[in-house]
Structure formats: structure tokens, C-alpha cells
Design a protein around this ligand. Structure first.
Ligand code: SAH
Ligand code: SF4
Length: 434
């Protein structure tokens, strides 16, 4: 989500004549796009800001420093006091207005734009890092109230983009030669709840669900693969699973965070599902798409988590057999309920649990990756392997990196078949077959 916002900011700036500097030390404007999901991410930006503030003081103020993203939304005015050299503090809602905000800075004032606003369609085209695969925002914000999470405070309530706007963006991408789109949302399967109307088939459903959106954009010419992230278990319906299985461009890759394998912890987190319900979703996905990749997020050391409850998370990872799990130690965040609870877990215990869980995650991923050994996989070639000449790299439908001998430059953008000869937890190695 942050990468996509950065690309939107860069595109907006380029559309009014800014050029990307080779090196930060040459730049007239520096934009930090920040994440505040965990404290560590937030602290990183303060140390980076300190350096630029010093540079600004020494070159008599020629440099403009912008702090964008979730730390900006979370800290607001406090930032201006903490780092008076900042010229612009802007929350994620304002990404596509960065040009207007910088104009205000040019008029000589420090500017704050952190209030949640209705996000207008981008006027400029994002400056995308890749010319093959693209992020497309589908829904901004989050309406959940997970007790550990800062996102609803920083990204505000859900705002679904109009289906036509999403389709138009994808049509332009297809025309420009992009082959793969990843649709983005905090809880993408909640798409459409804020759009008006109800379904014409009399089912009582709302006019647009995420499943309807997938069906609506699936035929866009040129786009050969569609992925989406992130899914919330609360909204992952049977209808969505069936649509994913039926739509050929839809890749068999699902990122569905579970956070914990223990029902009491899940309740305290206010996640709105049990581990049994989570397992049923995954079983259902695999019933329709046996090879599907499933990844998730997990938090260890949530307030009050006992050793037994932690073991439930380990058991879920082992039993589901994830392809990947992003793990994190619980980090107390400002203005979130769980941060205030008295039963915080000691850092040493959190680190120990994190290490133990990571070992399980890697073992399970390696085991699960074996299903590709001695099989052919479809690879979208991304280019040459930057670390080994004569080798090409791409991804299979299940989002695993695949390396194989070949000319990555000439094959870039093509779908090729690769026979897998060797398997690591997160990468496959093979040779091209007809
Ligand atoms: N909307 C998505 C996740 C977005 S945040 C969902 O609900 O599934 C990305 C991940 O950051 C979360 O899945 C969670 O695992 C992690 N995270 C969020 N807040 C955290 C905190 N306070 N401490 C540690 N990890 C956190
Ligand atoms: Fe945070 Fe929960 Fe919203 Fe995900 S669903 S962004 S974890 S509040």
C-alpha cells in the first residue's frame, strides 16, 4: 500500500515537472513516505529526518522536507514541534495532492494536511517501478477495530473506488504493455460496502462486492494475471473462492492474515473469526485450487498471550501448511486499546516466541514448496537474474520466485513453462520446457 502511494506521489510530482534525483543529497525536495504499523518503522524515519534537518540548517533552507504517510497522520502537529525543519506533513489521504501542497509550501508556510478526506481519483498516472506488473488501489482505509492496530486511525474509513475507475486504470495498463495487476486494499474482500445500491438479481446482496469487481475487470485485454491483497477472513466468502477458481487470470495466491491461532486471543484482538473458521476458508480454497499458495500474517506476544496460546499459533502454521507467514512481535501503538492493557508481554519472551515461530514458518514453507518439485509451472518472466548472468527470473502463478537458464531480457513479459528441478522454501529453480 505504501509502495503504491509512493508511486502515486512520484507520478503526481512528475506530471508538474519534478524529476527524480539520482541521490538524496542532490534533491531539492525529499519525501519520506512512512509506515507506523510498528514502532520500529516509525523510529527509522526519525533518524533519517534528523540527518536531512541538519543538512537543511547548513544550506540555509534551500531544501524542502516532506513527511508523508501514516506517521504523519498519527503524529500530526507534534512532528512540526519535534522537527521544525519539516515543510510539509501529509497523511496518506493526500498522496495525489502533493503537488498542490508543495505549492502552498512555496508560498512560504509550513503545511499540514493530515485530516482524512474523500480521496479523489488520481489525475496523474503513478510513476511505476515496474513496466510489467502494477499495483491498482481498489479500496482505501479500514473499518475494522483490531485492538492492536493503528491503521484505522491513520488511513481512515473505507473508501471503495468506483468499479469503472478501476477498470479504466486497468485498461490503460493493458494498453501500456503491463501483464499483471495486483489489486490492493487493507481488507480488499470488504470492497463495495460503501458503494450505493443493491444487486439486480434480487439476491439482497449489495450492488458491488469484491467478487463482482473481479468479474467486471477480468477481461481487460493485455492483462494476463490478476492478484489481490490483503484479504480479511471475516469477508472471504464461498462465492469469492468459487470466482477465483473459475476466472482463469486470477492467480492461485491468497494472502489472508490470521494473527493468532487461539480463539481467546482472536477475540481480544477483535478479529471477528475463530481459528476453525479460518481453517475452513483455507480448506475451501484448496478444495477448489489444490496447488494454491496461502500466506498470512501473525503476531506473537499480544497482551496476555500465554505459552499455550502461542502454541496454538504454531499449531495453526504447521497444520495449515503456509507458503509464507509474515511474523511480528506485538508492538504497542499510540491510541490503540491493547497498548493500554496492563498484561503486556516482556520483550525477551516476545523475541523468543518470534524466533521459534520463524523456524516453524520456514520449515513449513520448505515442506509445502515440495509440491512444485518435478512439476511444470507457468512463469511470467520479469527479466534477467541480477545476481547471475545467463539466468532469467520470474514468478509462477502461486507467487514463488522461479530462476532458470535463459535470456531474461528477450523473454521479459512472456509466459513460459518451467520444469522445476530444485526447491527452496521461497524460490524454485528449473529449466524451460515447451
Ligand atoms: N488489513 C490487514 C493487515 C494490515 S496491517 C489485515 O487485517 O489482515 C499488516 C500486518 O501488520 C497485520 O496483519 C499484523 O500482522 C501486523 N500488525 C499490525 N499492527 C501490529 C502491531 N501493533 N504489532 C505487531 N504487528 C502488527
Ligand atoms: Fe489493522 Fe485490523 Fe484494519 Fe487490518 S483489519 S488494517 S489489522 S484494523
Amino acid at each position: 500500500m505504501n509502495l503504491a502511494d509512493s508511486e502515486r506521489m512520484a507520478g503526481t510530482l512528475e506530471s508538474v515537472g519534478y524529476v527524480c534525483a539520482e541521490d538524496a543529497s542532490d534533491a531539492d525536495v525529499i519525501v519520506y513516505n512512512t509506515c507506523s504499523i510498528r514502532d520500529k518503522a516509525e523510529q527509522k524515519v526519525y533518524s533519517a529526518l534528523g540527518k536531512q534537518a541538519k543538512r537543511k540548517r547548513s544550506n540555509m533552507g534551500g531544501l524542502k522536507i516532506v513527511l508523508a504517510g501514516c506517521v504523519a497522520a498519527q503524529e500530526g502537529e507534534t512532528l512540526l514541534r519535534r522537527v521544525p525543519e519539516l515543510d510539509l506533513v501529509m497523511g496518506p489521504h493526500h498522496a495525489n495532492r502533493i503537488d498542490q501542497l508543495l505549492e502552498q509550501v512555496d508560498q512560504g508556510s509550513q503545511v499540514m494536511a493530515v485530516e482524512p478526506i474523500q480521496i479523489a481519483e488520481d489525475i496523474a498516472v503513478p510513476r511505476r517501478d515496474s513496466d510489467l506488473t502494477a499495483w491498482v488501489n481498489v479500496i482505501h482505509g479500514c473499518n475494522e477495530k483490531c485492538t492492536y492496530c493503528v491503521v484505522p486511525n491513520t488511513r481512515g474509513v473505507e473508501q471503495s473506488r468506483a468499479p469503472e475507475a478501476i477498470r479504466r486504470e486497468m485498461l490503460a495498463l493493458g494498453e501500456a504493455g503491463y501483464k499483471e495487476v495486483t489489486l490492493l486494499g487493507q481488507n480488499i474482500d470488504a470492497y463495495g460496502r460503501d458503494l450505493p445500491g443493491s444487486a439486480e438479481d434480487g439476491s439482497g446482496r449489495r450492488a458491488w462486492t469484491f467478487t463482482d469487481l473481479l468479474q467486471h475487470v477480468h477481461d481487460v485485454p493485455g492483462i494476463e494475471r490478476i492478484r489481490f491483497a490483503t484479504s480479511h477472513p471475516r469477508y472471504f466468502t464461498e462465492r469469492l473462492v468459487r470466482a477465483c477458481a473459475e476466472l482463469p487470470k486470477l492467480c492461485e495466491f491468497f494472502h489472508i492474515p490470521f494473527q493468532s491461532g487461539d480463539n481467546d486471543i482472536l477475540r481480544e484482538m477483535k478479529r471477528g473469526y475463530t481459528h476453525e473458521r479460518y481453517r475452513r476458508i483455507i480448506d475451501n480454497i484448496r478444495r477448489h485450487m489444490p496447488d494454491a499458495s496461502v500466506s498470512g500474517d501473525a503476531i506473537v506476544g499480544f497482551p496476555g498471550e500465554t505459552e499455550e496460546q502461542f502454541e496454538m499459533t504454531c499449531a495453526l502454521v504447521r497444520e495449515v501448511g503456509f507458503d509464507r507467514v509474515n511474523t511480528a512481535a506485538y508492538s504497542p501503538r499510540p491510541n490503540t486499546p491493547a497498548a493500554e492493557w496492563p498484561n503486556q508481554i516482556a520483550d525477551l519472551v516476545k523475541m523468543d516466541r518470534l524466533n521459534r515461530l520463524n523456524r516453524i514458518v520456514n520449515d513449513v514453507a520448505e515442506e509445502r514448496a515440495q509440491r512444485f518439485l518435478n512439476h511444470d509451472v507457468e512463469v511470467l518472466v520479469e527479466g534477467p537474474n541480477p545476481r547471475k548472468s545467463g539466468e532469467a527470473v520470474g514468478r509462477n502463478r502461486q507467487n514463488k520466485l522461479v530462476f532458470f537458464p535463459g535470456d531474461g531480457n528477450s523473454m521479459k513479459g512472456q509466459l513460459v513453462n518451467v520444469h522445476v528441478d530444485m526447491v527452496h522454501a521461497y524460490t524454485l529453480f528449473g529449466h524451460q520446457v515447451a
